[in-house]
Design a protein around this ligand. Structure first.
Ligand code: CP
Length: 353
């Protein structure tokens, strides 16, 4: 099943990969998942190989799924805290004997391991939209080993892969599946747009009828919106944007409500740097919350999805989060979705490393 065409490739965004390639990753992820359930781990695939993981931000799922995945495939995942090494920095942002230029860090780590995975968004780049993505691209420019994006400020491709694997498992198809990515209220304005942007990229790429529901102030990156329209056209599926939270849920198979930062807030080129103003905007939409009534608007077998961590009581009720019983009609698929991070990442690592 492993093919050489993936070897050495970076995964910074799903937009760099073809639909057929995504399908191959999903198929391999399902194969690895089934094998693990039967006690087969394939610990020969990445034997003695090293993944360096550089985390500028906190993580539960991403760190542990990459670490567990590398271990299961026979390799090692090495955790790096940027504040405990010479912090990798772009030219012009260097501090003597405190930072180290990305071009040097990338080439050093690429000599020692087989891939470098990076998470960076928000505070480490001063909430300058695109700043973290530029950092990852600089790593990719200098490393001759794959660079894997564990979430930057534009994309979270492995979350997008886990999301669509969860849809595939639930429905067996993407055609005719109404996939609703929606904004939801949170009292924290510090949330990047990478998850919703990658979810709509993945859903439109695979041919779901995709709906983006969001208040007017929470628009996503126009370039991502344009890419989603192109994806939908290529698949003969639909992509719509609405400001109607409850209306969007009607007949939906997938309901994925989560918070993200308001588009006009936080630094140029996005806009104003005012958390107070961001929260004022957020507070207008406290009723954008996943409740039983919301879920019941969807298909009778609708799934609730969230990348996690979710802000319980704000984004979603406990009842929706915890209704994981497949026999109950609509249900929460959040733990399948979290587990699927492991399987898609194993598939991508096996193919690229
Ligand atoms: N969904 C996700 O990326 O989770 P973590 O922030 O815990 O890694």
């Amino acid at each position: 099943m492993l093919t050489d065409s993936f070897r050495g490739r970076d995964l910074l965004t799903l937009l760099d990969w073809k639909k057929e390639e995504i399908n191959q990753i999903l198929d391999l992820a399902l194969e690895l998942k089934a094998d693990r359930a039967n006690g087969r781990y394939h610990d020969d695939i990445l034997r003695a190989k090293t993944l360096f993981m550089l985390f500028y931000n906190q993580s539960l799922r991403t760190r542990n799924s990459f670490e567990a995945g590398m271990h299961q495939l026979g390799g090692h995942a090495h955790y790096l805290d940027p504040s405990k090494i010479y912090t990798p920095a772009l030219e012009g942002k260097e501090v003597a004997y405190s930072t180290e230029r990305v071009s040097d860090v990338a080439r050093v780590l690429a000599r020692m391991g087989e891939a470098i995975a990076i998470r960076c968004y928000g505070d480490p780049v001063d909430w300058e939209y695109g700043g973290a993505n530029a950092l990852l691209k600089e790593f990719a420019k200098w490393s001759d080993k794959p660079i894997l994006n564990m979430e930057d400020d534009i994309y979270h491709p492995f979350q997008g892969l886990a999301d669509i694997l969860t849809v595939k498992e639930q429905y067996g198809t993407f055609k005719g599946i109404k996939f609703v990515m929606s904004w939801a209220y949170s009292p924290s304005a510090h949330k990047p747009r990478a998850v919703p942007q990658s979810a709509i990229i993945a859903a439109t790429m695979m041919g779901c009828d995709t709906v983006l529901a969001r208040p007017p102030e929470m628009a996503l990156d126009p370039k991502i919106i344009a890419a989603c329209r192109t994806n939908a056209e290529m698949n003969g599926s639909s992509f719509e944007i609405t400001e109607d939270f409850m209306g969007a849920a009607e007949g939906a198979h997938v309901l994925y409500p989560k918070a993200w930062a308001a588009m006009p807030i936080f630094k140029p080129p996005v806009g104003e740097d005012s958390e107070e103003k961001a929260l004022e905007i957020f507070n207008k939409y406290k009723d954008w919350k996943a409740t039983r009534e919301y879920m019941e608007l969807g298909d009778k077998n609708a799934i609730y999805m969230h990348c996690l961590p979710a802000d319980r009581a704000w984004e979603v009720t406990n009842e929706v989060m915890d209704n994981t019983d497949p026999a109950s009609g609509w249900r929460s698929a959040i733990f399948d979705e979290a587990e699927n991070r492991l399987h898609v990442q194993k598939a991508v690592m096996a193919l690229t490393m």
